[in-house]
Design a protein around this ligand. Structure first.
Ligand SMILES: C[S@@+](CC[C@H](N)C(=O)[O-])C[C@H]1O[C@@H](n2cnc3c(N)ncnc32)[C@H](O)[C@@H]1O
Length: 259
């Protein structure tokens, strides 16, 4: 990249909303925008729009500050603190009315001992709070990752999150279950073919893949049918759908993988 482009990328990386974002992701998005746009100004705008679409839209810097502050409240009022923190990320806020029902169904054959949560947002807070013994996760939003690790230290949970881009991250070890919640179409939009690749490389026998059935604004535009067809299209050989159900505004698929 030219020195001017490096400077523009640096400005994004020090901005209020993206100062904790995974630097490799910001660079990837910026380099792709530079390929598509002639002028630096247009590329800068396109990169910021893309970063908003893939991460910024789900949680603001102020919400991160609030969620971080709630960790100290956990010891006094655990349930209230967890539910308030979960309401500060759009994805966990959207499932707040049916979180318990969703996981009761997912865990009806027993709670897994270990879970890896891809592009986790704040979802691991819920998993650890209901007693999943070992929880690991990753997200490109380093603010979410920091919050999860702060909470784990306050609550004494075996929960660790890493700031990493799923497109280039290989999960170490193996897990009883992996979660890909509201992730696969978002990932496919970043790189064609990446959703199937993630399923193939996932080191867990059971996978929960979920899809939104409404836009972030709450509109029903036929996403349920569209994403069901999408999953059927990309499902790699050796992975089958064991169960599917809709909970609130989320279409859920429980997948089993031959290992
Ligand atoms: C729709 S939210 C889902 C969050 C969480 N899975 C849930 O359902 O509660 C998408 C999340 O994916 C993260 N994300 C987007 N692209 C990513 C990538 N390439 N690698 C890792 N995380 C990513 C965003 O920062 C955001 O937290």
């Amino acid at each position: 990249m030219t020195p001017q482009a490096e400077k523009a990328l640096g400005a994004i990386l020090s901005s209020k909303n993206y100062r904790e974002i995974c630097p490799d992701t910001a660079r990837r998005v910026f380099e792709e925008a530079l390929k598509r746009h002639k002028g630096l100004k247009e590329a800068d705008k396109a990169a910021r729009n893309e970063l908003h679409r893939i991460t910024g839209a789900f949680m603001t810097a102020n919400e991160m500050r609030e969620a971080s502050g709630l960790a100290g409240q956990y010891a006094r009022e655990p349930e209230k603190a967890v539910s308030e923190a979960l309401s500060l990320h759009a994805s966990t806020r959207e499932r707040s009315d049916c979180m318990k029902a969703l996981y009761d169904k997912v865990f009806e054959k027993g709670m897994p001992g270990s879970i890896f949560d891809y592009a986790c947002g704040l979802n691991p807070l819920y998993l650890a709070s209901i007693g999943v013994k070992t929880v690991r996760g990753c997200d490109i939003q380093g603010g979410c990752v920091r919050i999860l690790n702060e909470w784990a230290a306050c609550a004494g949970w075996d929960l660790q999150a890493e700031c990493a881009d799923v497109l280039s991250y290989l999960v170490p070890g193996s897990y009883d279950m992996a979660l890909m919640m509201k992730l696969l179409p978002l990932l496919e939009g970043q790189r064609t073919g990446s959703a199937a690749k993630l399923l193939e490389s996932c080191p867990a026998k059971r996978i929960l893949a979920t899809f939104p059935t409404r836009t972030l604004g709450g509109r029903n535009v036929g996403m349920e049918g569209h994403y069901t067809a999408f999953l059927h299209d990309i499902l790699p050989h050796g992975i089958r759908i064991e169960d599917e159900f809709t909970q609130g505004t989320e279409k859920c698929f429980l997948l089993t993988k031959e290992m």
